[in-house]
Design a binder for this molecule. Structure first.
Ligand SMILES: *[C@@H]1O[C@H](CO)[C@@H](O)[C@H](O)[C@H]1NC(C)=O
Ligand SMILES: *[C@@H]1O[C@H](CO)[C@@H](O)[C@H](O)[C@H]1NC(C)=O
Ligand SMILES: *[C@@H]1O[C@H](CO)[C@@H](O)[C@H](O)[C@H]1NC(C)=O
Length: 371
């Protein structure tokens, strides 16, 4: 999650030791793989957090509810994937390195999102990215009901991504010219899931500031800051939009300023000096979920296979958390204590600004519900 090397951090009352792997010399964010030349695994490291748990070549053989495909898509309202745990009743913090792709359509070689998971979804297509946010029943995606989740991205504590080796493609960038059969990789992407919601964003590396629009160093402040939006629940809509202000930037007294999240996860988040405003959106077209997700009717249950690997799970949820003190955060804090990484001592007192796994979706939720 957080893209900084670190050795230990306090999580609730538990001190977690992250295996000493330094930042790799070949970070995932720098790896370009044409869609026609995806390797079996994008990550080839075997030390540190261990080998990549799944694979990136996904096809009809790997298309089932036990798939370990780690190549996702953010194409359109009816065609996208989420990253979520491979085994039941998990937390994102415990499984960030091993998440697998769950998609809305057959044909991607992945698991399918079980029917009833998606409760409201909004797509925003802007010049610089494609963003999808939504409300979910996360228990259908192998997540604990009260997991406030965390951030997944192409960075990660060691540069190998979360999930390790995870790749994301789209057919919706302008350079595709509407050709749905070709896909562009987005090396910069971010994805938050937990607390009953998600936000996924793939940035177009050919456009200015893909890195800023898909910043991945703001993992403690959730969708509210990383993907400010007005998405209503129980609605399925595709919109056009302007690019958001790069994550962390805000204008105060006419001066553009950048707020940087404290890098140390044990440091109080403090008062965030701005409240993000969703970028302008327009031309929203509303659909029924039944018309969008026709492939999902047959998929009712999640997988039950044994955990294939503990790879990547050692970091105890690195850097979700938050508190930020934003309004309505408290409403989302109840029950947050169980959302962490098996550290049951992690209390719900997280709203006060400490980095504890599980806090940040208060912020995220508030943005979705109240902006
Ligand atoms: C299908 O995907 C699997 C897993 O990546 C791979 O081992 C296999 O070679 C692929 N099959 C084809 C025909 O590409
Ligand atoms: C899920 O995990 C939690 C925490 O480990 C546990 O308390 C709960 O009983 C589990 N639920 C199921 C359905 O296994
Ligand atoms: C591409 O996919 C989108 C979304 O599914 C669809 O609206 C559009 O018509 C497709 N374009 C073509 C050329 O098939």
């Amino acid at each position: 999650m957080l893209n900084i090397a670190r050795s230990t951090f306090v999580l609730g009352a538990v001190v977690s030791y992250v295996s000493a792997q330094s930042f790799v010399s070949d970070p995932l964010v720098d790896k370009s793989f044409p869609y026609t030349a995806i390797p079996y695994q994008a990550d080839t490291h075997t030390d540190g957090r261990g080998p990549q748990s799944g694979y990136n070549i996904c096809n009809s053989t790997t298309e089932n509810q036990d798939s370990m495909c780690q190549t996702g898509f953010i194409n359109h309202l009816d065609d996208f994937c989420l990253f979520a745990p491979p085994t039941p009743n998990a937390t994102i913090g415990d499984t960030e390195g091993v998440e697998v792709a769950w998609c809305t359509k057959k044909g991607h070689g992945t698991r399918l999102i079980p029917e009833g998971t998606l409760q409201g979804v909004q797509l925003i297509q802007s010049p610089g990215y494609v963003e999808i946010v939504g409300f979910i029943d996360q228990t259908k995606l192998n997540m604990q009901v009260d997991d406030f989740g965390g951030e997944l991205d192409s960075g990660g504590q060691d540069g190998r991504g979360n999930p390790i080796g995870g790749l994301v493609y789209t057919n919706a960038f302008p350079s595709n010219n509407g050709d749905n059969s070709t896909y562009q990789q987005g090396r910069h992407w971010t994805f938050f899931i937990g607390g009953g919601i998600f936000c996924a964003k793939i940035c177009d590396d050919t456009q200015p500031n893909a890195e800023g629009l898909c910043q991945h160093i703001y993992d403690r402040v959730g969708c509210a800051y990383n993907a400010p939006n007005n998405a209503p629940n129980n609605v399925f809509q595709a919109c056009q939009g302007a690019d958001m202000v790069p994550v962390g930037q805000y204008v105060s007294n006419g001066i553009t300023t950048t707020w940087t999240q404290p890098p140390e996860e044990t440091a109080p988040l403090g008062v965030i000096p701005y409240t993000p405003t969703p970028a302008a959106s327009s031309n929203c077209v509303t659909f029924t979920s039944a018309s969008l997700y026709t492939d999902l009717a047959s998929v009712g249950v999640t997988s039950t296979t044994a955990n294939p690997s503990a790879t990547g799970s050692g970091s105890s949820g690195s850097g979700s958390g938050s508190g930020s003190g934003t309004s309505a955060a408290s409403g989302a804090q109840s029950g947050a204590g169980a959302a962490s990484t098996g550290t049951s001592s992690n209390s719900a007192g997280t709203a006060m600004g400490f980095s504890v796994v599980s806090g940040f979706f208060g912020v995220l939720l508030s943005a979705v519900l109240f902006c």
